[in-house]
Design a protein around this ligand. Structure first.
Ligand code: NAG
Ligand code: NAG
Ligand code: NAG
Ligand code: NAG
Ligand code: NAG
Ligand code: NAG
Ligand code: NAG
Ligand code: NAG
Ligand code: NAG
Ligand code: NAG
Ligand code: NAG
Ligand code: NAG
Length: 408
C-alpha cells in the first residue's frame, strides 16, 4: 500500500523533473548572485519557470524570507550554493513561525510536483546562531528548509550544512522523498545546537534514504502525526538516533506515529540508536505509537542503544502510576540493534520503561547484541512494567505491572 505508493509517486516525480523544458526567459530561469539579497529573484524564478538553475560557483545570498508554498511542476537545479545571511536580529522578526514547538523557518517550500537537486549546497550559516544561543537560549533560530503543504516533493543530490536549528522540517505534507543528501553540522567555536536531520509533523508517506548525517541531535525524529514513513540506508554520526516523539506533551492534541519502517541505518557516536519518548503525568495529551520497526541497526559507541520512556518528561514512578500515559505504544519491533556502547552508563545498554496502567504491548526485540567496554562486564538492561517478546527477551529483566504478560 502506502510505501509502494510513495516510491511510485517519487519515481513519477523524478521522471517529471527530467522532462520539463524551460520555456520562460532564460535570464529569469538562471539565478545568479546580485551582490545584495537574492531571495526575491529566486522566488520570482521559481514562480515563473518550470526549471530554475543556480549555476555552480554561484553563491546566492538569502537575506529575506522565502514563501514558495504555491509552486507547481518546478525543478530547482541547485548546482551552486544558497547561503542564508547571518543577521540574527533581522531573522528574529522576519522568519516564518510555526506553532509547533515554537519553531521558525527561513524557507517554506510547498505546492505540488517539486524537484530540488543539482549537487549544490544549502548553507544555514549556523555558527552565528549557535554562538548567539550561548548568550540567549530563546533566540529565534530558523530552519533552513521546511517542506510545508507540499505534495510530491523530491530533494536529491544536495548537501546541507550549518543549520541554526533543525536541518529539515516536513510539515503538513504528503509524498516527500529525500535521497542522497549530505547533512553536516560542524563548528569551530561552539557546539552545534539542536541540529536534527529531519523532523516530520502532520505528514504522510515520506521516504528518507541513502544519506549521510553528521550532527548533534536526532538523526530523524517523528513528531505528532507522522504516518507511513520509510527511513533506510542512512549513516548517522554524532546524533541522538532515530526517535519517536516526544508525544503527548499538549493536552489538547491526539498524537499519532504509525506505520514507520527504519531499515539499515548505522549509527556511531550517538546517545541512543532507537528512542521513544511519550509523556505521562497530569494534564498530558493522548494518542498512539503503533507499528514501528527498527530493522538492521548497527551501532558504534552508543551511550544507551535503546531508550523507550512512557513516563516522560521526568515523571516519578508514583506520578506515572497515578497519571498514566495516554499515548499507547503497540507493535514495536527492534531487530538487529547490534554493536558497541560507549560505557558512559557503564554496562547499561538499553532501558525500556512503560507507564503502569497504559497500553504498552507487543514490544518485540530480536537479535539485540550491544557490548559495553570490557571493563564494565556483561551488558545490563532496564525493563519496567511491560513484557518484552522476541529472541532477546531473556536479556531483559522486566519488573512491575505488565511484566508477566504472555507473548503471542
Ligand atoms: C505564503 O504564501 C501563501 C500562498 O501565496 C499564502 O497563502 C500564505 O499566507 C503565505 N504565508 C505566509 C506566512 O506569508
Ligand atoms: C542524483 O545523482 C545520481 C548520480 O549522479 C543520478 O543518477 C540521479 O539521477 C540524480 N537524481 C536526481 C533526482 O537528480
Ligand atoms: C532573546 O531572544 C528573544 C527572541 O528573539 C528575544 O525576544 C529576547 O528579548 C532576547 N533576550 C535577550 C536577553 O536578549
Ligand atoms: C563530521 O564533522 C566533523 C567535525 O564535527 C568533521 O571533522 C567531519 O569531516 C565531518 N564528516 C562529514 C562526513 O562531513
Ligand atoms: C545499507 O546502507 C549502507 C549505507 O548507506 C549502504 O552502503 C548499503 O548498500 C545498504 N545496504 C542495503 C542492503 O541496502
Ligand atoms: C563523527 O563525529 C565526530 C565528532 O563530531 C567527528 O570527530 C568525526 O570526524 C565524525 N566522523 C565522520 C565519519 O564524519
Ligand atoms: C493528529 O490526527 C488526529 C486524527 O486525525 C487529530 O485528531 C489530531 O488533532 C492530530 N494531531 C495533531 C497534533 O495535529
Ligand atoms: C506497518 O508499517 C509498515 C511500514 O509502513 C507497513 O508496510 C505495514 O503494512 C504496516 N502494518 C500494518 C499491519 O498496518
Ligand atoms: C566517533 O567520534 C570520534 C571522535 O569523537 C571520531 O574519532 C570517530 O571517527 C567517530 N566514529 C565514526 C565511526 O565516525
Ligand atoms: C526532575 O524531577 C526531580 C524531582 O521532582 C527534580 O528535582 C529535577 O529538577 C527534575 N529535573 C528536570 C530536568 O526537570
Ligand atoms: C532482576 O532484577 C531484580 C530487581 O532489580 C533483581 O533482584 C534480580 O536479581 C534480577 N535478575 C536477573 C536475572 O538479573
Ligand atoms: C504500578 C507498578 O507496578 N509500577 C512499577 C513499575 O516498575 C517499577 C520498577 O520495577 C516499580 O517500582 C513500580 O512499582
Amino acid at each position: 500500500m502506502t510505501l509502494k505508493t510513495t516510491l511510485l509517486a517519487a519515481t513519477a516525480c523524478l521522471a517529471f523533473g527530467a522532462s520539463v523544458v524551460a520555456t520562460a526567459s532564460p535570464t529569469l530561469c538562471t539565478v545568479k548572485s546580485s551582490g545584495g539579497d537574492d531571495a526575491p529573484a529566486l522566488i520570482a524564478a521559481l514562480q515563473s519557470c518550470p526549471k530554475v538553475t543556480v549555476p555552480k560557483d554561484t553563491v546566492l545570498s538569502i537575506r529575506s524570507p522565502m514563501n514558495t508554498t504555491d509552486l507547481s511542476n518546478v525543478h530547482l537545479s541547485l548546482e551552486g550554493t544558497l547561503k542564508y545571511y547571518d543577521d540574527v536580529d533581522y531573522w528574529a522578526t522576519n522568519s516564518f513561525p510555526f506553532e509547533f514547538q515554537a519553531t521558525y523557518t527561513f524557507w517554506m517550500l510547498g505546492g505540488k510536483d517539486i524537484l530540488v537537486d543539482g549537487g549544490g549546497t544549502i548553507d544555514g550559516s549556523g555558527e552565528t546562531w549557535w554562538q548567539a544561543w550561548t548568550i540567549n537560549s530563546t533566540v529565534v533560530r530558523p530552519i533552513p528548509l521546511t517542506i510545508f503543504k507540499g505534495k510530491r516533493v523530491v530533494v536529491a543530490n544536495i548537501s546541507m550544512i550549518q543549520p541554526p536549528n533543525w536541518f529539515n522540517l516536513i510539515h503538513t505534507s504528503q509524498d516527500v522523498l529525500f535521497t542522497n543528501v549530505k547533512l553536516t553540522a560542524q563548528a569551530t567555536t561552539v557546539t552545534p545546537k539542536n541540529t536534527d536531520g529531519w523532523d516530520t509533523y502532520r505528514s504522510d508517506r515520506v521516504v528518507i534514504q541513502d544519506s549521510v548525517i553528521n550532527n548533534t541531535d536526532d538523526c530523524v525524529s517523528f513528531k505528532p502525526n507522522s504516518t507511513n514513513i520509510l527511513v533506510r540506508n542512512l549513516i548517522c554520526n554524532g546524533s541522538h538516533g532515530i526517535s519517536v516523539g516526544s508525544l503527548g506533551q499538549y493536552p489538547q492534541y491526539v498524537d499519532i506515529v504509525e506505520n514507520i519502517m527504519i531499515k539499515n541505518v548505522s549509527l556511531s557516536n550517538v546517545s541512543n540508536a532507537a528512542r521513544i519518548k511519550v509523556w505521562a503525568g497530569p494534564n498530558v495529551g493522548s494518542g498512539r505509537v503503533n507499528n514501528v520497526t527498527w530493522d538492521g541497526i548497527p551501532v558504534t559507541n552508543a551511550d544507551q542503544a535503546i531508550t523507550f520512556d512512557q513516563c516522560y518528561f521526568n515523571v516519578s514512578d508514583e506520578l506515572c502510576k497515578e497519571y498514566p500515559s495516554r499515548v499507547n505504544i503497540s507493535n514495536i519491533l527492534l531487530r538487529g540493534v547490534a554493536g558497541t556502547s560507549s560505557g558512559k552508563l557503564k554496562a547499561l545498554t538499553a532501558s525500556i520503561k512503560c507507564s503502569p496502567g497504559a497500553v504498552c504491548s507487543n514490544i518485540v526485540v530480536d537479535d539485540f547484541n550491544v557490548t559495553p567496554p570490557s571493563q564494565y562486564g556483561a551488558a545490563t538492561t532496564i525493563c519496567e512494567n511491560l513484557t518484552i517478546c522476541g529472541s532477546s527477551a531473556l536479556q531483559f529483566n522486566c519488573t512491575g505491572t505488565g511484566s508477566g504478560q504472555a507473548c503471542s
